[in-house]
Write a protein that binds this ligand. Structure first.
Ligand code: AMP
Length: 640
């Protein structure tokens, strides 16, 4: 079984790719026909990447609701099929299975809860929950009534959440009492309470029970999810009509780091997101509607939005939501899930593959992984060794490995092999999907036409799920993506291209790090480190890290005249970063330095700091513009 828009052979790929470039509107119109619409579009695409006329509108004039495509559409034939299989953190707890009928009912009920609590079409709703089915239910319920969900990853601090709540102007927050994370409990409601102290605009916090962690429920503001559901049940509010949404109405905002200190709210539009996400999901994984799919990503990241929730449900498949982490209670937890639920497609991140590989073969050998047909990876390049281990050990040499390149801003894979259809190459993301037109440009913004080349990766033409704006700041959207190389969408990544047209990603070319597949801006990190009261100045760079891909290396100037206990101060700085951003952003290495290498105009020369962190001490390039060249030796000597 397959989908009408599924590409089944290399020849079909080549043909469709050509069509998608020569007749993009016909191409996407053909794909979009296979979804459910209240009203079809008047115009497939209206666009300009010009700075003074920047606009992108897909399926103009169309009306739809994405939840009808995720849920209602499947009910007549597949109502009893498993939509979500939930696997708890603790193996002794029971799994939960939600069929499409059950999920539909729960989404409608919670949509009514949202309405009863004053959520209206167009409102932003902040969602800060653990990996439980109710997180997906909350997202879908928002989409059902036209509210715009903004999911915040459970690892972010109160301050980071408050920043996001302010930015997207959310008056409603949905959370849990706590969440399980391996052996730890994260007190989500406590963290929300701390965040909301500085967010008087928040009127309602809906709290779902999970860990039974004691929480303070504030009268007039906080309500229990379960009580609210009981209320709509008692009122017989079982159904909830799907709101009629314009194609370009926002579906969600998801925050990601940029090269300035403030995270940006990436806004995705309803129709384009739906069409491209389903298209990419089905084609990259060569999904079969009967398949059981397991993506390990947290729903708080784009991979979780598109490959745990929306993609599989749009495809009418079965998606596994795993509450726990890959190494708890031991390194076989993923393989246990694969065996137990006969998982067909596994999608994870290189950092997870490397981490599991480090435990050796024994945890895998205990389990039958033969149901796996496809192995996917995203977040950073899957290095050779990890690629081969994934392919040989997990896929028994049979399941194709797809390394897919995408971003929060693209919503779904853009450059990727299509499992078993187009060839996979270790370390390479390979070919663009039909509809995606990558180009390499030089530092002047000139397109590089040689076939074999390296440069800045840009996209020449819009695809349906391209970011539409950064919430509340359209100017920043322009600046971040369309001004560096006018006329193109700039990805922020560098890439190489080979003879066959394959692309290999070579890393960020802006001041953004990629730690365990998560983007963290160096400016954001430096702001956090500088908040520690002893820190005068800091500079952060990335360095190669065996498990995380990139580690965080911070150079810190500490107040002079203080005798410091370096170990203790390092811990305090790490605690400060945890408090300001979240534990995910803690630097691995903190080196105390008397000064930073700066140009005469006062700019930090990060290139030198990067080389020192990478232990590449051979050639620092041109250092003639430095205020003080001796500082380099001092920093090299103190290198960690
Ligand atoms: P995020 O928006 O947090 O998903 O991060 C997107 C960034 O992760 C991209 O701009 C790339 O730098 C990196 N990335 C994602 N997938 C890949 C991949 N398959 N290969 C190389 N880099 C990737």
């Amino acid at each position: 079984m397959f989908y009408a828009y599924q590409i089944k052979s290399l020849e079909a790929y080549r043909e469709l790719y050509k069509k998608s470039v020569t007749h993009p509107e016909n191409f996407w119109s053909d794909v979009a026909t296979h979804f459910q619409w209240h009203r079809k579009w008047d115009k497939v695409l209206d666009w300009s990447f010009a700075e003074d006329d920047l606009h992108i509108e897909w399926f103009k004039g169309a009306k739809l609701n994405i939840t009808e495509n995720c849920l209602d559409r499947h009910l007549p034939v597949n109502g009893n099929k498993n939509a979500i299989v939930w696997v708890p953190n603790n193996p002794d707890d029971r799994c939960r299975i939600l069929t499409y009928n059950v999920l539909f009912k729960k989404v409608c009920q919670f949509a009514n809860v949202l309405k009863n609590n004053g959520v209206k079409k167009g409102d932003s709703v902040c969602v800060y929950m653990g990996m439980i089915p109710e997180l997906a239910i909350a997202m879908l319920a928002c989409a059902r009534i036209g509210a715009v969900h903004s999911v915040v990853f459970g690892g972010f601090s109160a301050k980071s959440i408050a920043e996001r709540i302010h930015d997207c102007q959310a008056r409603h927050v949905i959370t849990c009492d706590g969440s399980y994370h391996g052996a730890k409990i994260v007190p989500l409601k406590d963290i929300i309470d701390d965040a909301v102290i500085t967010c008087p605009e928040v009127e309602r916090v809906i709290v779902r029970t999970r860990t039974h962690t004691p929480v303070s429920m504030i009268k007039g503001r906080d309500v229990w999810w379960e009580d609210e559901i009981a209320e709509v049940e008692s009122l017989g509010m079982e159904n909830c009509a799907a709101e009629d949404m314009d194609a370009e109405d926002p579906l969600f905002t998801l925050y990601t780091s940029g090269s300035t200190g403030k995270p940006k709210g990436v806004v995705h539009a309803t129709a384009g997101y739906m069409v491209y996400t389903a298209y990419a999901f089905v084609n990259v994984l060569q999904f079969d509607p009967r398949d059981v799919h397991f993506a390990t990503a947290d729903i708080g990241w784009i991979t979780g939005h598109s490959f745990v929730v929306y993609g599989p449900l749009l495809a009418g498949g079965t998606t596994i939501i795993y509450e726990g982490i890959p190494v708890y209670p031991d390194a076989s937890s993923l393989w246990k899930i694969v065996e137990r639920f006969h998982v067909n497609s596994l999608y994870t991140a290189p950092t997870v593959v490397r981490s599991l590989m480090s435990y050796g073969d024994e945890p895998v050998d205990k389990h039958d992984t033969s149901s796996l047909k496809v192995l996917g990876s995203a977040g950073e390049p899957l290095n050779d060794e990890a690629w081969h281990w994934y392919h040989q050990k997990i896929g028994k040499g049979k399941a194709p490995v797809v390394d897919s390149w995408w971003q929060t801003e693209t919503a779904a894979p853009m450059i990727s092999s299509l499992a078993g259809v187009t060839p996979g190459v270790p370390g390479w993301a390979t070919l663009p999907l039909p509809g995606v037109q990558p180009v390499l440009v030089d530092s002047e913004g000139k397109e590089i036409n040689e076939q074999v080349a390296s440069g800045n990766l840009c996209i020449r033409f819009p695809w349906p799920s391209i970011i539409r704006t950064t919430f509340g700041d359209h100017e920043r959207f322009k600046q971040a993506y369309f001004t560096t190389f006018p006329g193109y969408y700039f990805t922020g990544d560098g890439a190489s291209r080979d003879e066959a047209g394959n692309y290999k990603l070579t890393g960020r070319v802006d001041d953004v790090l990629n730690v365990s597949g998560h983007r963290i801006g160096t400016a954001e990190l430096e702001n956090a480190i500088n908040m520690h009261n002893g820190v005068v100045e800091s500079a952060v760079v990335g360095y190669p890290h065996a498990l995380k891909g990139q580690g965080i290396y911070a150079y810190v100037i500490f107040k002079s005249g203080h005798q410091i206990d370096e170990k203790e101060v390092r811990q305090n700085i790490a605690a400060t970063v945890s408090r300001i951003i979240g534990a995910i952003a803690k630097p691995e290495k903190i080196q105390f330095v008397p000064a930073l290498p700066k140009t005469r105009s006062g700019k930090i020369v990060r290139r030198i700091l990067r080389k020192i962190a990478e232990n590449d001490l051979e050639n620092f390039g041109d250092i003639s513009t430095l205020q003080d060249t001796e500082i380099i030796d001092t920093i090299v000597q103190g290198r960690l």
